[in-house]
Design a protein around this ligand. Sequence first.
Ligand SMILES: Nc1ncnc2c1ncn2[C@@H]1O[C@H](COP(=O)(O)OP(=O)(O)OP(=O)(O)O)[C@@H](O)[C@H]1O
Ligand SMILES: [Mg+2]
Length: 134
Amino acid sequence: MTVRTSGTQPITIEQDIVVARQLARKLAQECGMRLIDLTKMVTAVSELARNTMVYGGGGHMDWQIIEEGMRTGLRVTFRDDGPGIPDLKLAMTDGWTSGSGLGLGLTGAKRLVEEFDLETTPGVGTRVTITRWT
Ligand SMILES: Nc1ncnc2c1ncn2[C@@H]1O[C@H](COP(=O)(O)OP(=O)(O)OP(=O)(O)O)[C@@H](O)[C@H]1O
Ligand SMILES: [Mg+2]
């Protein structure tokens, strides 16, 4: 796997969720992603950016356009130094929320991408990486 381009976007204020969406859209277009796949990726990015903001207390979105053989992909990592997720199995259950959400963000995002990886440590933070290939 080779990295064509990469960057980091802070997720600090509410407006950064919009910025993250716009960035994901632009990057997916650069990858030559089909509209339907682009829309899935942007939706997943939006959910994860919101979680980073609301539960993680803010953090960063690291992105990479990657190449592997003939295919190009967009990989995005959301990381925060927030409280972490005490029960990951519960958090990955449809409809479970610790707040006032619908509890569909994580499970929805997972379904919308081809690769989903979540690492979390209580008291340390959370890191979620998603990838979609063209
Ligand atoms: N970055 C994070 N740091 C700490 N806890 C998190 C983080 N992301 C998710 N969680 C926990 O996982 C739960 C489930 O997240 P999910 O996005 O699925 O649902 P939600 O944000 O509660 O509601 P929705 O996204 O549907 O509006 C959250 O309620 C929260 O407790
Ligand atoms: Mg959510």
